[in-house]
Design a protein around this ligand. Structure first.
Ligand code: ADP
Ligand code: ASP
Ligand code: MG
Length: 416
């Protein structure tokens, strides 16, 4: 008998039929004698629908009210799934995040889990019940409903698995595992048998939405066995393994494990800023104060010695606000500078622990992109990843060309 936390994403609970199918699946595990905690997302499209509704009422709603609104999506699915389980004769109880004791900080719309009080869930499991928990939501110290950021149900699942010391956290979704890149963009992508936490963290942070980054962080920190599987077909899925497991066969590790991409960022350039100490912090300070995360940063060498160009990227959702801060506060305080803003960009990233011990990945990447006539606007590297910013229109072309050139295509060999 094992204890599994099983998370089902939006598509997996996207209709009445699918909710019934999830209930059947859960019943099969129960019939085998396993203890089950189910975490569900809102029905597919529901969170977006709610966000759009808010936008029709107020274009800058308070984060607290946004959380109050979007958390309702998951409340619908927990109750429907519990009803579907009852119909099959399976004892089950549904819980909101607050009811299950998921305590978070008060950072509405991107709250972090601080503590989970698992007493009630444990009692249910001991009584032979299935606990059905709303993903994506928690409650802060003052009792306000909070949410964990888009894709946050993954994090609810892994955090619960960590708190309950579950044997495995299973993320059921609409693909049958983690692929070398998004299979919807590259039909030649291949499912990975396993991937290290370190690589999965990079892929998730660079745009692969198959797992939310915080879910992977939890899995790494608390050693939660984590697997991504299909809701719709049987199969082994992809196991996210601790970094140390991977060391033994690192000789055989491919250079690149995966390609991530995102069109969710925007680029801002301040032209002709004074090239004196403290300017970078005067630019980025007010942006950090507004709780806006900055991703890539490039400062050019000043051609004349007096002025320089300063470029950085932010999430598209923060684009307008960043532009406002630059125009209203930063440029006047610097006394000089001209803003260029562009939200038609994409970031494409190669990820692989094999990169550590190999030179030439960047030059090969640049050559492949040049052969496709793709202009590189920014570059950033770390030990196990290289990211480039390019034109959004060329994103998919870049992903497919790199996937092929680095030997990731099904039945392919790497080009020289
Ligand atoms: P859920 O609603 O189940 O949480 P998501 O839509 O959040 O599902 O995540 C699954 C999607 O992630 C897939 O449909 C796929 O398009 C996308 N995806 C992006 N990168 C990858 C990858 N490397 N491997 C698998 N899926 C990926
Ligand atoms: N429903 C939320 C979202 O769409 C959380 C999730 O699905 O994980 O982002
Ligand atoms: Mg998701």
């Amino acid at each position: 008998m094992a204890l599994y936390v099983q998370k089902f994403g939006g598509t997996s609970v996207g209709s009445v039929e699918r909710i019934k199918a999830v209930a059947e699946k859960v019943k099969r595990f129960r019939d085998e004698g396993h203890q089950i905690v189910v975490v569900v997302s809102a029905m597919s499209g529901e969170t977006n629908r709610l966000i759009e509704l808010a936008g029709q009422i107020n274009d800058e709603p308070t984060p607290r009210e946004m959380d109050m609104l979007v958390s309702t999506g998951e409340q619908v699915t927990i109750s429907l799934l519990a009803m579907a389980l009852h119909k099959l004769g399976v004892a089950a109880t549904s819980y909101t995040g607050a009811q299950v004791g998921i305590q978070t900080d008060s950072a509405h719309t991107k709250a972090r889990i601080q503590r989970i009080d698992t007493e009630d869930v444990r009692q249910d499991l001991d009584d032979g019940q299935v606990a059905v928990v709303a993903g994506f939501q928690g409650v802060d110290e003052e009792g306000n409903i909070t949410t964990l950021g888009r894709g946050g149900s993954d994090t609810t699942g892994v955090a619960l698995a960590a708190a309950l010391k579950a044997d495995e956290c299973q993320i059921y979704t609409d693909v049958d595992g983690v692929y070398t890149t998004d299979p919807r963009v590259c039909s030649r992508a291949q499912r990975l048998e396993k991937i290290t936490v370190e690589e999965m963290l990079e892929l998730a942070s660079l745009g692969s939405k198959v797992l939310q980054i915080r879910a992977v962080e939890f899995a790494g920190k608390y050693n939660v066995p984590l697997r991504v599987l299909s809701s719709f077909e049987e199969g082994p899925g992809t196991l996210i393994v601790a970094d140390s497991d991977e060391e033994e066969d690192s000789m055989e590790e491919p250079l690149i494990s995966g390609i991530a991409f995102t069109a969710n960022e925007a680029k801002l350039t301040l032209l002709n800023t004074p090239d004196v100490p403290g300017v970078a912090s005067r630019i980025l300070g007010p942006i950090a104060d507004a709780n806006i995360e900055v991703d890539m940063i490039v400062q050019n060498v000043a051609p004349t010695g007096n002025y320089t160009d300063f470029t950085f990227t932010v999430n598209k959702s923060d684009f307008k606000q960043t532009q406002r801060i630059l125009e209203n506060d930063i440029i006047p305080s610097l006394g000089e500078g001209e803003l260029r803003a562009d939200d038609n960009i994409a970031k494409v990233s190669l990820v692989g622990v094999g990169m550590r011990s190999h030179a030439g990945v960047a030059s090969k990447m640049f050559r492949v992109l040049a052969d496709e006539n793709i202009n590189i606007r920014m570059v950033s590297t770390s030990e196990i990843k290289i990211s480039v910013v390019i034109d959004e229109k060329q994103m998919e072309l870049a992903v497919r060309a790199l996937h092929k050139a680095f030997g990731l295509d099904k039945d392919s060999v790497e080009s020289e």
